[in-house]
Design a protein around this ligand. Structure first.
Ligand code: URA
Length: 438
């Protein structure tokens, strides 16, 4: 390994060659210990971006990143632990619904989640919108909590996949994010290091996703399933639409409230449908039932009987949060500014640009531009109308919330531009496209 050097690796990949296991390990180790400068790492990433990685290279890169830091041992937790990951989207609060539902169905949830960056949100930021909620804890406490109430969700520790962290930060600023091999190895390195026994991936496609087309998303899902299965963890991918935001709420407190509403049985149909599907698959992979269909049935029962809602209550309480928010939404931080986007003529909603809504939400203060930015939990957007809905002149289409008048007013304009309204009725996009790996 000593006579390897980065210039040779860059030239090899630039000219369409295949990197060996030793070369990939050399690269990942050098990124981790800082001996490879950012300019060379970036050059190799760009060469990979254009030339791609084959299956073996993707597996090797994933493996090298997986073992670049701590690998979590969840063997102290009883039962089959099933993890869930979404490739990111706008208004995606499914973890807040699915985690308590899965736990209510008797399958343990021991999950690490991330923060949001750019136009996509992160579960950790959403959970922190609940007053008092703690998103970090010691490993023993984490294990004990899952064994006692069946659920714990915390932020990812700094010691998991440090090589991926560095490479992802470089990719973010060098135009090298959207590459199948790089995305699949990055996501799966974190999932495999997090210690679960099985994995469900929600792979988004559409304008608000990394992969715009359904076929690219399916290719990403297939590659990640292959990586997970090769590592001995049954992995399932659900390909879902992200052309319009999921549900109606975008922004941290607003999304927690929507998740609670779903668990009370009053949530929007799209997110409820997806949450039940993901729960059904997780309950199946957790060995609780024999088919996904049976899993969906017990998920539905946990929703209707409020088992999921009560699990959320004990989960919030156990992690130091004020569970009274479930019954009293005024306990969430309130926005001081609120502006409506009102329809100037009648028609139908034909499209909502999810990415533009995500960026408008970020502009209100709900999201981060840079990692260090502090987010405003009260800020965000509520979409009263979704694709296919009829609109009358004067109807409120969306409401923007925040604490900075200028930002909120600018965001209303962005929201208006994100909507396509027209005279013809349009059918809403199919949310769940297909499931891979079962
Ligand atoms: N999310 C990740 O964790 N990695 C990627 O490369 C893309 C999305």
């Amino acid at each position: 390994m000593n006579n390897l050097n980065m210039t040779d690796l860059i030239l090899k990949k630039r000219d369409g060659g295949r990197l060996t296991q030793a070369e990939i390990k050399f690269f990942v180790n050098g990124v981790s210990d800082g001996t490879i400068p950012d300019y060379q790492a970036s050059a190799l990433l760009m060469a990979i971006y254009f030339q791609g990685l084959d299956k073996d290279e993707t597996f090797e890169l994933c493996n090298a990143m997986r073992y670049s830091g701590d690998v979590i041992d969840l063997s102290g937790i009883r039962g089959i632990k099933v993890d869930k990951h979404s490739t990111g989207g706008v208004g995606d609060k499914t973890t807040l619904i699915v985690a308590p539902l899965v736990a209510a169905c008797g399958v343990p949830v021991a999950k690490m989640s991330g923060r949001g960056l750019g136009f996509t949100g992160g579960t950790v930021d959403k959970m922190e919108a609940i007053p008092g909620f703690r998103t970090s804890m010691e490993p023993d406490e984490f294990t004990n909590q899952v064994n006692s109430i069946g659920i714990a969700v915390i932020g990812q520790t700094a010691h998991i996949t440090p090589a991926d962290k560095k490479l992802y930060a470089l990719r973010d600023v060098t135009g090298t994010v959207e590459n199948l091999g790089l995305i699949s190895s990055s996501i799966m390195s974190k999932k495999l290091a997090s210690g679960s026994d099985a994995i469900v991936l929600d792979v988004k496609c559409g304008h608000g996703a990394f992969m715009e087309s359904e076929s690219e998303a399916a290719e990403l899902g297939k590659t990640m399933c292959e990586i997970g299965n090769a590592a001995g963890k049954q992995t399932v991918a659900v390909i879902t639409d992200m052309n319009q935001p999921l549900g109606c709420a975008v922004g941290n407190s607003l999304e927690v409230i929507e998740a609670i509403e779903v668990l009370k049985g009053n949530g929007p149909a799209d997110i409820t449908e997806l949450a039940l599907k993901l729960t059904g698959i997780m309950v199946y992979l957790g060995g609780r039932v024999k088919t996904v269909r049976e899993g969906e049935i017990i998920a539905q029962q946990a929703l209707q009987g409020h088992g999921g809602l009560e699990k959320l209550r004990s989960f919030i309480t156990k992690q130091g949060g004020d569970a009274r928010v479930i019954d009293d939404y005024s306990l969430f931080a309130a926005a001081t500014v609120q502006r409506d986007f009102v329809a100037s003529e009648a028609g139908y909603v034909q499209a909502i640009d999810a990415r533009a809504i995500g960026m408008a939400s970020q502009r209100t203060g709900a999201g981060r531009e840079k990692k260090e930015d502090v987010i405003d939990p009260a800020a965000g957007i509520y979409l009263h109308k979704k694709v296919g809905d009829k609109v009358a002149r004067g109807d409120c289409i969306a409401t923007v919330y925040g604490n900075n008048k200028k930002k909120v007013e600018a965001a209303v304009k962005d929201v208006a531009a994100a909507y396509t309204l027209g005279r013809e009725k349009t059918d809403p996009p199919k949310l769940i496209k297909h499931v891979l790996g079962i």
